[in-house]
Write a protein that binds this ligand. Structure first.
Ligand code: 2AM
Ligand code: CA
Length: 270
């Protein structure tokens, strides 16, 4: 693979798409949205952003399969190599004018991400990673710190189970068990950004139920590339498919989140 080409195409795609996101976010008008599922929304901006990204990827890689959140309607991911695109991660934030959103693109090969980027158009921060090629924030390499933060000083992020509100009680028990042991917990509303922040050392851990491959592929690549720990709720590698993710920068914090998930949430998952 020509990694330089992949990086420059992904960068062009997310930069171009982010123009429509900034237009929408700072327009100060009502954003028109539709319900995809209960509590799951899509706007014209999601669709426009996806068209822009898909056109740029298609022009550079005409034969490749591209899976965009707003156009993919299969249950199963394909085999082999393909791209995943979340044209606007944090649509609920976007609709409310809450400026915490991102655009993300990743390349998957044989079931694992090999390159990915997450762009925050509000702060103009581009996180980009390539397997065995390092992770960069606005062109500057992110170097993993050797010091492991104490669990008690760690900052953890999560997402609420908005699609599975039936899980709120076991989720809150999990939350409580983790909250008692760490410094504090954040909920930003953009999982792609949470994972990029974890790679960059801004947070130390993350967990969420039922995410989609386009939300997490780029972040997983960056975290693994920097030596972090990523698994699903069963401690195995099915996370891209099942979307139940635990990710941390250290093994000790991983154990804390994994144990809390296993004892509280797992018995209620189907
Ligand atoms: P999306 O905006 O691309 O749909 C955070 O919980 C993650 O869940 C986000 O990455 C977001 O991705 C997705 N999500 C979908 N609907 C949501 C909702 N109602 N509230 C919060 N997050 C939602
Ligand atoms: Ca989205």
């Amino acid at each position: 693979m020509n990694w330089e080409k992949i990086v420059s195409v992904m960068t062009e795609a997310v930069y171009s798409a982010s123009e429509v996101i900034k237009d929408g976010l700072f327009r100060n008008g009502n954003i028109v949205f539709e319900h995809k599922l209960t509590h799951d929304y899509v706007t014209e901006t999601d669709k426009k952003s996806e068209e822009i990204i898909t056109a740029i990827l298609k022009q550079a890689y005409p034969d490749d399969v591209i899976i965009g959140e707003e156009s993919f309607d299969d249950e199963e991911l394909p085999e082999g190599s393909f791209w995943v695109v979340d044209p606007l991660d944090g649509t609920t934030n976007f609709i409310h004018g809450f400026p915490m959103v991102s655009v993300t693109v990743a390349r998957i090969e044989q079931g694992a991400p090999v390159a990915g980027c997450v762009y925050n158009p509000v702060t103009d921060e581009l996180f980009i990673g390539v397997r065995r090629g390092g992770v960069y924030l606005n062109g500057k390499q992110i170097i993993k710190s050797n010091s492991v933060p104490d669990v008690a000083h760690s900052l953890v992020a999560t997402g609420f189970p908005f699609r599975r509100k039936d899980l709120i009680r076991p989720y809150l028990k999990t939350f409580e068990e983790i909250f008692r042991q760490v410094s504090d917990i954040r909920r930003t509303g953009s999982a792609a950004l949470d994972l990029a922040y974890l790679a960059a050392g801004r947070i130390d851990g993350f967990w969420e139920v039922g995410l989609k491959p386009w939300d997490i592929a780029a972040g997983i690549l960056m975290i693994e590339e920097l030596g972090g720990v990523v698994s699903d709720f069963w401690g195995s590698k099915g996370v891209l498919k099942n979307g139940n993710i635990i990710a941390t920068s250290s093994q000790v914090l991983y154990e804390v989140i994994y144990n809390a998930v296993r004892s509280n949430l797992l018995p209620h998952m189907r």
